[in-house]
Structure formats: structure tokens, C-alpha cells
Design a protein around this ligand. Structure first.
Ligand code: SAH
Length: 468
């Protein structure tokens, strides 16, 4: 690299994140960066800095500043751009938020992207008032595309084109979990830019699905997002969309090995998909309990809600989820807008975090936590138990979760069944948790399995029915 281009390093504020949380300076905990000083990082594209132009009780803003070093760009191994790309970056890019910023976000805000905060785990799991501003975002598709990508995620979008250029001044306002906000930016910046600066490797699909957890499967523009994020590599985009569809179809776990074998079995001998067996088992438990007013806690895309709405014995059905995208998907699936008025009164969707006491959830006949607890960090489970068993106090609580012992029966599965699972328990661990919760909150509990039980490792799903 010549000294001329070294001198062309440009520093620029690319992203600001503001909050009016009380106290607003808790933003420092959410980003895991103390507001009192400037934080400096070496990132793959140069130097990055995080500082706080304002930090008081009422409003706090963090700024991410990037100092792109063309030499660093050139020397990176597999991400080495060709000269054409490099030329564009050096000449045109340093001012703009683009895929380079996305790469820096991944490095600078690693903990925040994972949704972890050592000092404020509750806050990291809670939607907070946020305003994100990208004053010069490179945007192929203009302000309309920015709107189409961010609005379905629950953001109020203000986008203004900068003169006659491809750049947009974008502001997003909304109440979101910090991790969701950052993951959405991380994925959608290169999508808007539509010029990823590095070679797309097969593990990019995993990265996309991980960053898209909870919001991408239900996004109306997911096909465009996958295509552009994966730099128009069609086979990768197809794989990503297929895996997303599995997720949206509520089979939130890896495809069991039996599914392949199923193809060779005669039609009648085919097994029901596990997700369906699980819903049947949960519904049977609700019927056995005589429940009429039911909470589906962590309802996701609403697969169980659809079954419940179709059965007149349920007089009140409430789906609760922390994810606005999941709730929007559930709303579409239930065709809420087209239900007759009398039906609409029976079903309600609420946004809420299950680790907080919520008066709206008090006094129901039954609550279902189907494949939900494993999506929470284990240290948050006592808060969930308190909110559900201690505060909402339904007469019956039905909990399902994977049996990790069964994972050896899933061919090709390494690690946990789903990329968002924080843990998967063996039968002893689940039984111990159930016994503890029941004793603490005055319930009795019965634990069983769902799916074909294996003599050695048990059934694929564990289910507990708690009765007060
Ligand atoms: N019960 C559904 C979805 C399971 S996926 C089914 O079995 O098909 C887990 C769901 O829990 C996701 O939709 C996720 O958004 C939700 N979730 C995770 N943590 C949560 C929390 N703390 N509060 C509320 N919902 C949560």
C-alpha cells in the first residue's frame, strides 16, 4: 500500500445509539462500555472507537466511530477484496455506513449482540427505548427499501436521501432489546449496501441465522435479505431460506434423523413430526386439566394458538412473546384481522418478557411454556419461575423442553438442537428443576416424555405438568 492511500484514512461517526431509559446511563451496561471514557479497538478494517457524546440521567448516546485503514483491508486473509472493490472502499466508502461497519459492530459489541450483560442481565433481556441513527448509510434501493426492511421489525423509520446520492440519513426509533437492535443492524447494513466486501463462505449461512434469530423467519423481505446478505450466492440463499422456513413452521429444532428414513417407509407407517406430537400432548394435558382460559407463554409464531382457537372449549386464549416479529407472525397465521368479532374477543396477543411479574397474566386456568425455557439463560430461570408460578399463578402449568440425552439419536447433530438454545437438559436435570419449582411455589408435578421413547436415552421431548 502506498503512503498516499494511508493518508486517506478518514474518521467518521457512523452510528449513534441513544436511549431515554431511566437512568439513561445504563446504556453503558447494555453495550458493555463505560460512558466515562473512550474505548478503542483494533478491528479487521482499521481502528474503531466508542465514545459517549451525551451521558446524563435522562438521555445517553453512544457513538461508534470508525477509522478505516486501507492497508488493513488489503492484508486481511480470506476477506481480501479485489482491487476494484478496494478502490471503491478507499475512494467512496470511508464516510459511509456499510458492510465494513457491520464487521466492526460484530467485533466491538460482541457481548451486546449475544444479549449478555454481566452487570444488568435483566436489562439486556428487556425491550428498552432506543434511537439508532446512521447519518450516511449506503442504501441500494433508497429510502423505500430502508423502510421496508426496518418497519416490519417494529421500528419507526425516518429516512432521508442525501442529495442526489445513494446515501441515506436513517433514524430508527422503537422499544427493542439491545441485542435485537444490533443484530438487525448487523444483518441489514450489508443488505442495504448490497456489496459485501468479503468472500462469502458457507458459514455465513450460520452467521445469518444466528443473527436473525427471532426476527428473520417472519420478515416479509426475508428472501431479499438472504439473497443480498449471502452476496447473491444462490445455493446459500436457498439453504438459508429452507432452514428459516423450518423455524417459521415451528419445528424449532434440528430435523431428526428419522425424517430421512421416513421417506422410505410406507405412508401409513410414517411418524408424525415431533412438533405435532408435542402440540397434541400439550393439548391433551390442557383437556385433562379442564382448562378454558389459557396462556401460551413464549407463543412464537402461534402454532399452538391456531389449534386452540379452533376448539370452542377455550373461552380465552392469550399468546405472550417478547418478540414483536413472532407476534406479528402469529397474528398473520391466526388471520386476526379477518376473524369475526366474537372470535377476536377470545384471543389476545401480548408482548411481554416472561422474567418479569406481569399483572395481565394473573388468574388463568392454565399456562403453557412449550419449548421456551431453553431459550433463556439459566440464571434467568428463577425470575421466570417467580413471574409464572409465584405471580401469575395459573392452576396448571405445562412445560416442555428437549431431552439432551436423545440428541445422540439425531444423525449429524453437533451441539444443541437450535442455535438459540442456551441449554438443553438431561432427564435428571429437568426433573430436579421441576421438583424445586413445585416445592417453592406450592405445586405438584408429573414429568413424562413426548415422542417415541428410546430404551436408553428416553423420549426426544420432556414434558412436565404442574398442578396447584
Ligand atoms: N412455543 C412456541 C415457540 C418456541 S420458541 C413453539 O413451541 O412453537 C421460543 C419462544 O420464546 C420465542 O418465540 C421467543 O421469542 C420466546 N422467548 C424467549 N425468551 C423470552 C422471554 N424472556 N419472554 C418472552 N418470550 C420469550
Amino acid at each position: 500500500m502506498t503512503s498516499t492511500s494511508r493518508r486517506s484514512n478518514v474518521t467518521r461517526v457512523l452510528l449513534t445509539i441513544s436511549t431515554t431509559l431511566k437512568p439513561a446511563t445504563d446504556l453503558g451496561f447494555l453495550l458493555v462500555k463505560h460512558p466515562d471514557r473512550v474505548h478503542e479497538f483494533t478491528v479487521s478494517t482499521g481502528r474503531a472507537y466508542v465514545c459517549y457524546p451525551e451521558a446524563d440521567e435522562n438521555r445517553c448516546t453512544a457513538a461508534l466511530v470508525l477509522d478505516i485503514d486501507p492497508a488493513a483491508l488489503r492484508t486481511r486473509g480470506r476477506e481480501r477484496p479485489d482491487d476494484f472493490t478496494l478502490g471503491r472502499f478507499v475512494n467512496d466508502r470511508p464516510y459511509a455506513a456499510s458492510s465494513l461497519l457491520s464487521a466492526a459492530i460484530a467485533q466491538v459489541f460482541r457481548s451486546a449482540l449475544r444479549g449478555t450483560s454481566k452487570d444488568r442481565p435483566d436489562l439486556a433481556a428487556t425491550p428498552v427505548p432506543l434511537e439508532l441513527r446512521l447519518p450516511a448509510l449506503r442504501c441500494r434501493g433508497g429510502t423505500e427499501l430502508a423502510e421496508e426492511l426496518f418497519a416490519p421489525l417494529g421500528w419507526a423509520v425516518t429516512a432521508q436521501q442525501l442529495g442526489d446520492t445513494r446515501y441515506v440519513d436513517l433514524t430508527l426509533a422503537g422499544t427493542q432489546r439491545m441485542a435485537d437492535a444490533l443484530n438487525q443492524i448487523y444483518v441489514l447494513l450489508p443488505v442495504l449496501d448490497d456489496a459485501k466486501h468479503y468472500w462469502v463462505a458457507p458459514d455465513e449461512v450460520d452467521k445469518l441465522l444466528r443473527a436473525g434469530t427471532g426476527w428473520l423467519a417472519g420478515h416479509p423481505k426475508r428472501a431479499l435479505i438472504a439473497r443480498r446478505y449471502l452476496a447473491h450466492r444462490r445455493s446459500l440463499a436457498t439453504e438459508a431460506l429452507a432452514r428459516l422456513t423450518d423455524e417459521a413452521d415451528d419445528s424449532v429444532e434440528a430435523v431428526p434423523a428419522e425424517t430421512d428414513e421416513d421417506a422410505e417407509l410406507p405412508e401409513t407407517a410414517k411418524k408424525e413430526p415431533l412438533a405435532l406430537q408435542r402440540r397434541r400432548a400439550v393439548i391433551q394435558a390442557l383437556v385433562d386439566a379442564g382448562a378454558q382460559r389459557v396462556l401460551d407463554l413464549g407463543c412464537g409464531g402461534g402454532a399452538l394458538l391456531v389449534d386452540l382457537v379452533g376448539d370452542r372449549r377455550y373461552t380465552e386464549i392469550v399468546g405472550v412473546d417478547v418478540s414483536t416479529v413472532a407476534l406479528a407472525m402469529a397474528g398473520r397465521r391466526l388471520r386476526l384481522d379477518r376473524l369475526p368479532e366474537r372470535q377476536q374477543g377470545r384471543i389476545k396477543l401480548l408482548q411481554g418478557a416472561l422474567t418479569y411479574r406481569d399483572d395481565r397474566l394473573k388468574g388463568y386456568d392454565a399456562a403453557v411454556l412449550m419449548e421456551v425455557i431453553e431459550h433463556l439463560d439459566e440464571p434467568r430461570l428463577p425470575a421466570l419461575a417467580d413471574a409464572v408460578f409465584g405471580h401469575a399463578v395459573p392452576d396448571t402449568v405445562i412445560v416442555t423442553t428437549p431431552n439432551v440425552e436423545y440428541n445422540v439419536r439425531y444423525e449429524g447433530l453437533t451441539g444443541l438442537r437450535h442455535h438459540d438454545h442456551r441449554f438443553e437438559w438431561n432427564r435428571a436435570a429437568f426433573a430436579a428443576w421441576c421438583a424445586g419449582v413445585a416445592a417453592d411455589h406450592g405445586y405438584s408435578v408429573e414429568v413424562t416424555g413426548v415422542g417415541d421413547a428410546d430404551p436408553e436415552v428416553g423420549a426426544p421431548t420432556q414434558m412436565a405438568v404442574f398442578t396447584r
